[in-house]
Design a protein around this ligand. Structure first.
Ligand code: ZN
Length: 374
């Protein structure tokens, strides 16, 4: 169990956060480094090859154990800022210390997420010109000079850049693995609304439905990320990207640009696949503890703004909605049974006893996605 001790030095704290992540993330189980350093303009940064760039310092500190993922984090800056902000918000000294350390941990996990997402083939990237040039490029980058290709992520007009679907997925899986020990919310690790996207927890919910959390902890996260996202997650992403482009002043370039963004974000290794046009709205998706009976096979048939949840009986609710085509009144779209009250056969029996025909049924995951609060 990870305990937070206000007396602990920040670099020792950082080391324990790294160990905690390494315990459940195979990609970090070998050598992995968090380099504590002053970072103007940012809290943390990851670039493939940082381990090689800072190898002299890591060796001098007696910590070099071979090549591995590395990120730089400005713990002192995060601590000072977050501590001051917490105090200003009225928290006492102890709570403020806890909050500041939580934010350091969140930043470390975020940067490790980049390391896992991008991979760490420094030879291909920043180091291809040799360690000295790489070091210079990195120093320039820290002082706001843009990195020359191939050091940059793909130039992009969108605000999420390297915080795309793959990265969100990476953070959500990381979060699900490290939270038993670190009291972090997913939104501490990635604040998707900063990038014009829906809250991270709604992605996590779609992922849960798609089975992204069903893997054993020994499964490398990158292996999961290399699997195509599930339909619900893809639909969610598509909805967010299209919404962003609809709001952006792109004019008639909108569709083409959105398609490019989707292709860029759906997977850098694989070509973008065809994804369903309409997304199931968040309201429509069941909670993890609910058995779910869809009356029509395609949620796209429903007008999404029209979803309304109604209680039918204790432990049973249903969603009513209007059909996208035609006028018509609201009609039932799906039934949801609390799995703590209804076994799957009982729920199916209830549907049949009431003469309700359904297109398909998805059993409850029967696990609540943990949301720890500090
Ligand atoms: Zn980032």
């Amino acid at each position: 169990m990870f305990t937070i001790d206000p007396e602990e030095g920040l670099s020792s704290f950082t080391g324990r956060v790294l160990d905690t992540a390494a315990a459940t993330v195979p990609e970090l189980a070998g050598p992995a480094y968090i380099i504590g350093m002053e970072l103007p303009h940012m809290r943390g940064v990851h670039i493939p090859g940082l381990d090689q760039i800072f190898r002299p310092e890591i060796e001098a500190a007696g910590k070099w154990q071979g090549p591995g993922p590395a990120a730089a984090v400005d713990q002192a800056q995060i601590y000072q800022r977050m501590f001051a902000a917490a105090r200003a918000a009225g928290l006492d000294e102890q709570r403020s210390d806890l909050e500041a350390r939580r934010q350091i941990a969140a930043c470390i996990i975020h940067e490790l997420g980049h390391a896992i997402d991008k991979g760490d083939d420094g030879e291909q990237g920043i180091l291809s010109h040799g360690p000295e040039i790489a070091r210079n490029a990195f120093d320039n980058f820290l002082h706001n000079e843009p990195l020359p290709e191939p050091f940059t992520v793909a130039a992009s007009i969108v605000p999420w850049k390297s915080h795309d679907l793959r990265f969100i997925r990476c953070c959500a899986i990381l979060h699900s693995r490290v939270i038993p020990d670190l009291p972090l919310r997913l939104s501490d690790i990635i604040e998707t609304s900063l990038y014009g996207l829906s809250p991270a927890r709604t992605y996590a919910r779609a992922m849960q439905f798609d089975g992204d959390f069903d893997f054993d902890d020994r499964t490398p996260i990158r292996e999961i990320l290399d699997l195509s996202p599930g339909d619900i997650l893809k639909a969610k992403w598509r909805q967010d990207v299209l919404r962003w482009f609809q709001r952006s002043p792109m004019g008639d370039k909108e569709t083409e640009a959105a398609e490019q963004a989707l292709a860029l974000c759906n997977g850098r290794r694989a070509k973008a696949e065809a994804v369903p046009v309409a997304a199931a709205s968040d309201d429509y998706l069941p909670q993890p503890f609910e058995h779910f009976y869809e009356l029509r096979p395609t949620p796209e048939d429903w007008l999404h703004d029209s979803f309304q949840s109604e209680t039918v009986a204790d432990g049973i609710r249903r969603m009513v909605a209007k059909l996208r085509t035609g006028e018509g009144d609201e009609e039932p779209a799906a039934y949801y049974f609390d799995c703590n009250r209804f076994s799957l056969p009982d729920a199916t029996g209830w549907m049949e006893a009431h003469g309700i025909r359904y297109a398909h049924c998805v059993p409850a995951k029967n696990a609540t996605y943990p949301q720890l609060t500090a």
